[in-house]
Write a protein that binds this ligand. Structure first.
Ligand SMILES: [Zn+2]
Length: 366
């Protein structure tokens, strides 16, 4: 399998090694969601989950919690042999500097990252609105400015958009425009749930091959771009099966914020694929994993050693749990040695993240 070879580089990998893995859709801000206070009522729909869990959480984020959440997520990524995180971030009341906070956390750990700030018009004058305004809100404007500022400072990014169903046409057009101007792609949730089923109509005239289309569960038409499949998240939100094998597009794998263990994601994506097609093989899903290198080619040069041999055999990996990275070398630098992160004091990160989580959860209670 190509994901085990190092492409054109001269590094030769042993059978217990692979290149660095790529998480093609993450939300590092979700690390501190674990243990958060339960919603006031049990959500009964996809929109209910967004409103009562994720939009409640992202509204309570500040730059401090964003940093510690990202640092904790980056530790988990290294331990799972994931060396590039393609992140999608939203913090509507702490927009400016948010991408720097995430970038700093990833840099401190040594994890490669491609960031985006997800713009939306669902906030108006500090409150959540159901009817999306006809024109761009100040929040969306600030979000685009954050991306432009981050990219101008040398940051590796895509233009983030939450989803077309929470954005005005003006915002969608401005995001596409900024992406063209900065010569980068757009990273957007597409047709994840029934609420966004007209996404294709809304963005068809804007999309090109550089766009990263996340979920696409209810996408019936073809659009250009790369499709990110997030098997676990889709099951957890009961939005349906995306049937990614039906697309002609390049398909890659993301976790949608459920850590960065790409083998676990791949195993579950395989089980889900197989549930719908008993003739399918793990090679299909491992190809989706490998496709991540088209978005993050540098990870191909990283070297991950595992506690398991046969790392080039998807049939074995699809049925072997507990495969763990022991050593990770990124850009020639060892960042994980015998299971220990070398770049930071992980105990300190855990302690600080726990304090930040307590403060965040208190804000959610109030
Ligand atoms: Zn997502």
């Amino acid at each position: 399998m190509g994901w085990q070879s190092n492409g054109e580089t001269v590094t030769t990998l042993a059978s217990h090694q692979t290149a660095g893995l790529v998480c093609s859709h993450h939300h590092l801000y979700s690390s501190l969601a674990r243990g958060m206070p339960a919603p006031p009522a049990v959500p009964t729909s996809f929109r209910g989950i967004l409103e009562n869990v994720w939009w409640r959480l992202d509204a309570a984020l500040d730059l401090d919690s964003i940093y510690w959440s990202a640092a904790l997520g980056a530790v988990e990524a290294l331990r799972a042999g994931c060396t590039t995180i393609i992140d999608h971030h939203e913090s509507p009341f702490a927009i400016e500097g948010s991408l720097d906070a995430i970038s700093r956390a990833c840099d401190d750990l040594g994890v490669r990252h491609i960031l985006s700030y997800g713009v939306t018009d669902r906030w108006s004058n500090g409150s959540l609105v159901t009817d999306i305004p006809a024109s761009m809100t100040d929040g969306a404007r600030l979000g685009l400015a954050e991306t432009e500022r981050y990219v101008s400072g040398g940051g590796n990014a895509m233009v983030g958009v939450h989803a077309s169903f929470t954005c005005s046409n003006e915002t969608l057009e401005a995001a596409a425009d900024l992406a063209r101007r900065l010569n980068i792609g757009v990273h957007i949730h597409v047709a994840e749930g029934p609420d966004d089923k007209d996404a294709a109509q809304r963005i068809r005239h804007l999309v090109d091959d550089t766009w990263l289309l996340v979920h696409c569960v209810h996408l019936e038409d073809d659009l250009p771009g790369t499709i990110v499949h997030n098997a676990r998240s889709n099951m957890n939100n009961a939005v349906g099966y995306a049937r990614p094998a039906r697309f002609k597009n390049r398909v890659v794998l993301g976790t949608d914020g459920i850590g960065a263990d790409m083998f676990e994601e791949a195993r579950i994506a395989y089980a889900r694929l197989r549930e719908h097609d008993v003739t399918a093989t793990p090679d299909t899903v491992w190809q989706w994993l490998e496709n991540g290198y088209a978005l993050a080619p540098a990870s191909r040069n990283d070297v991950v050693s595992w506690n398991y041999d046969h790392m080039n055999e998807p049939w074995r990996l699809a049925f072997t749990t507990g495969v763990t990275a022991t050593d990770v070398v990124i850009e020639g630098q060892p960042v994980l040695k015998e299971g220990r992160v070398t770049t930071v004091d992980v105990d300190e990160i855990r302690a600080k993240a726990e304090e930040a989580a307590k403060r965040l959860h208190q804000r959610l209670e109030s």
